[in-house]
Design a protein around this ligand. Structure first.
Ligand code: HEM
Ligand code: FES
Length: 751
């Protein structure tokens, strides 16, 4: 149990387990002021994401500021080296930042990064070759420090010499910016930082003399003559130094954290050894659970609010991604390493929004290749007994050493040298891990009505599923038809052994339901994605009114069961055409008794929404899942309700498909950077932004999940999503870029 007064990021507790260190805050005081640090600390996913998203209200200008003020003696030393680390990208405000980012992003794009893959693979092999017969090493010493350093140097275009010097320099840089050195340490650190600065300048001059190489610095230098106001000399020198730290240490400690975490969870390590296709998602799960950047900084430019808490202008903010990544309000069963988690790559370790890490795909490639090489060649690897030590600082977190051991006699390549030739596919880029599916077997099939069948799905190996919250759904992959269909989970959310869905056969549906009815027999093996939840129950309501129409009862039944378990006040309204067609009635009656209200059209008790909602108590919330007409009626009744009172769930949408014959092209003006992007008639706003090298995250790409939301400054929006509330639409300052468009010629976006 901690408190705001005690919070001290230079304490061992924070270093060892930052998410656990602030578990109390995530629960009780998600945004708090730390007197010891002088920063506001933000711990929940949505709050951290919102700050990253709005880089105008929350300026990144302090990202590389010394968190411990530099003393006079240290300042003098830095001055003697002409130390002048200024604006790079990560601490640059708009409108300067985005043009620079877009101009310089090409070498980071997945297609360009593919050129580096053979180099990374060769290095990984060479490092492992050096120690494979030793039987025990410090993996940091032998591989994890130097490999990313060498890749970073290649990527940046820096000559490979002076590695040992650089090693001391970059750690000093971490302590300098994010640590709490005492006055004596400050002097030593200032010496190393000054030398690092000078060294970076010398390397830059070397590169300038021959700017034709393939490195990123050479690329930037070649851009300078045409864009001198974007690629300034000050930027180049600062980026040269900051780039080494950005590309090297982040990745080295991410790899160390990942291998430590996986070896501490042996069954997960073994699963990856058996199926290397799981490695890309394992990397994302490791970055989520034990990322290398545990917190990042912003400064408030105006009086504002975060998570309902007043934040004054000038307040410094520490966003704890390490905590956000463990937030159960966003990630189902957050402490579980789920190699098949669909949302794994939505961790905030790389930041989010306009400044999101440009090097993320290079880092992902390195981490995937390191894991692949180690799991393939040393599946018997074990952690040695050790105590983990960390460099004390707010932001960069990973053990300084990682002692491992193994039996060289058991090295698989001794028996079968051909394993050296095999390699798993590197997966990087938007949605690269979205293909991850989970194998299940149908272990029960019950006909609930003429048209509704209920299925119980279990893991083929009997392993438990991640815990899920009511309102969650899974996607069932319909064989090789190319279709998948979303189904809400309707079983017992506390039973980790099975997932249950009820499927209505819809003759004119998208094909998926008929496929499930015809193919999901007892014992059939299926692939699913999920669970994940876009329709969560707000625990803060004083009472719930649940309304289900037809098969919408699946999601609603799980929610009502949760309200019943928690002893909450609730009513459950279930409407259908005829009793024969209504699934689960007896089961619901047994659980909910008088709280269940049936509305059956052919018995003359058609549901009347105004009557149902007539006596809505203060603080009550309404959750509805049902046909489009029912949802539209509710939305119109709720037009003047307090925000957050009505929650609705849609399953399907046809909004992802565009018909260029009826669409028009329009312009997007990006307010913060002044860039204009044309959206053609046959593309979405999301596609046009990505083509213009402006990254916006996405998930469903059908207007269902809200992931691709951006702010709109002006222009009339043609909303086509199923996410925004009528109030939000009326306000007109948000849009979902995967489906919504402009009504007129132009939209000004808050990007
Ligand atoms: C696991 C490894 C890495 C982690 C955890 C990481 C993390 C981060 C974070 C947290 C930011 C700030 C994001 C924000 O403000 O929204 C960032 C920015 C950045 N990173 Fe990384 N990084 C990693 C690897 C790399 C690599 C390998 C490179 C270069 C090759 C790189 C280059 C950059 C650059 C240039 C930016 C500034 C982007 C901007 O402000 O527009 N990073 N990174
Ligand atoms: S990506 Fe899901 S709403 Fe756009």
């Amino acid at each position: 149990m901690g408190s705001a007064a005690e919070f001290d990021p230079f304490e061992d507790g924070y270093q060892q387990n930052p998410a656990g260190y602030v578990a109390w805050a995530r629960r009780d005081e998600p945004v708090f002021f730390s007197p010891k640090l002088g920063y506001w600390v933000v711990t929940r996913y949505h709050d951290v994401q919102e700050i990253f998203r709005d880089n105008v209200t929350f300026s990144p200008s302090i990202a590389l500021e010394n968190i411990t003020p530099v003393g006079e003696a240290a300042k003098e030393i830095l001055n003697s080296y002409d130390f002048g680390l200024k604006r790079t990208l990560v601490n640059e405000d708009e409108p300067a930042h985005m043009p620079r980012r877009r101009l310089l992003i090409e070498p980071f794009e997945p297609a360009q990064l593919a050129h580096h893959e053979p180099m990374v693979r060769r290095l990984a092999k060479e490092f492992v070759d050096r120690f494979i017969d030793k039987g025990a090493v410090d993996l940091v010493e032998e591989m994890l420090f130097e490999l990313p350093l060498t890749v970073a140097l290649h990527f940046l275009g820096v000559p490979e010499d002076d590695m040992d010097v650089l090693r001391r320099y970059s750690v000093a840089h971490t302590v300098n910016i994010w640590g709490r050195p005492d006055p004596k340490e400050q002097i030593a650190v200032a010496e190393a930082v000054g030398k690092f600065w000078q060294y970076s300048g010398e390397v830059l001059e070397k590169i300038r003399r021959n700017p034709n190489g393939s490195g990123w610095m050479q690329f930037a230098i070649r851009m300078q003559p045409d864009h001198p106001e974007i690629v300034t000399d000050s930027f180049l020198h600062s980026m040269m130094m900051a780039g080494i730290v950005a590309a090297h240490e982040t990745t080295a400690i991410a790899a160390t954290n990942a291998i430590k975490l996986l070896l501490q969870n042996r069954e997960v390590w073994d699963e990856i050894c058996a199926d290397p296709a799981l490695i890309p998602n394992a990397v994302e799960e490791c970055l989520r659970l034990d990322g290398s950047v545990s917190a990042w900084r912003r400064i408030a430019m105006t009086d504002t609010k975060v998570g309902g808490v007043d934040i004054p202008k000038g307040a410094k903010i520490l966003m704890m991604q390490s905590s956000a990544n463990h937030d159960e309000r966003y990630f189902e069963d957050p402490e579980m390493i789920d190699l098949r988690r669909v949302s794994a790559s939505e961790h905030l370790t790389f930041g989010y929004g306009a400044h999101q890490c440009m090097g993320k795909n290079l880092a992902r490639m390195e981490l995937q290749i390191i894991l692949e090489e180690l799991t393939r060649r040393l599946p018997q690897l074990e952690l040695s007994a050790q105590t983990f030590s960390y460099v004390r600082n707010t932001s960069f977190r990973g053990p300084e050493h990682l002692l491992v051991e193994w039996e060289p006699e058991l090295n698989p390549e001794r028996a079968d040298p051909s394993i050296l030739a095999s390699k798993a596919e590197v997966r990087i880029g938007p949605n690269a891990t979205k293909h991850i599916t989970r194998p299940v077997v149908v272990t029960q099939r019950r006909q609930l009505t003429d048209k509704v069948v209920r299925l119980r799905l279990e893991s083929p190996n009997g392993k438990p599923f991640p815990a899920w919250s009511p309102g969650s759904h899974i996607d069932v992959i319909c064989g090789d038809t190319g279709h998948s269909r979303q189904y809400s989970l309707c079983g017992d959310a506390t039973d980790p052994r099975g997932l249950e869905i009820a499927v209505l056969q819809e003759p004119d549906g998208r094909g998926g339901s008929a496929w499930v009815h015809d193919n999901a027999a007892m014992g059939t093996a299926l692939e699913i994605r999920g669970p994940r939840n876009h329709f969560r129950l707000d625990p803060g309501a004083t009472a719930y009114v649940f309304i289900a129409g037809g098969i919408g009862i699946t999601a609603i039944s799980a929610m009502a069961a949760e309200a019943q378990r928690r002893g909450m006040k609730y009513d459950l309204h279930y409407a259908g055409r005829s009793r024969r067609a209504m699934a689960m009635v007896d089961e619901l009656r047994a659980i909910h008794g008088d709280r269940l209200h049936l509305w059956v059209s052919d018995e003359g008790t058609r549901a009347s929404m105004p009557t149902i909602l007539d006596h809505l108590s203060q603080g009550a919330q309404v959750y509805c899942c049902g046909p489009a007409g029912m949802i539209a009626e509710l939305q119109s009744i709720a037009e003047n309700w307090r925000e957050g009172t009505l929650h609705v769930e849609h399953f399907t949408s046809s909004l992802g498909t565009l018909d260029p014959a009826v669409e028009s092209a329009f312009d997007l003006e990006l307010n913060n950077s002044g860039i204009t992007v044309r959206v053609a008639a046959n593309e979405t706003v999301l596609q046009a932004l990505r083509a213009a090298k402006v990254e916006v995250p996405s998930d469903c790409e059908e207007g269902l999940c809200g992931t691709c939301q951006v702010g709109v400054v002006s222009g009339s929006i043609d909303h086509r999503d199923l996410v925004l509330t009528p109030d939000e639409r009326a306000e007109g300052n948000l849009m979902l870029t995967c489906c919504s468009r402009a009504c007129g010629e132009r939209l000004i976006l808050d990007l």
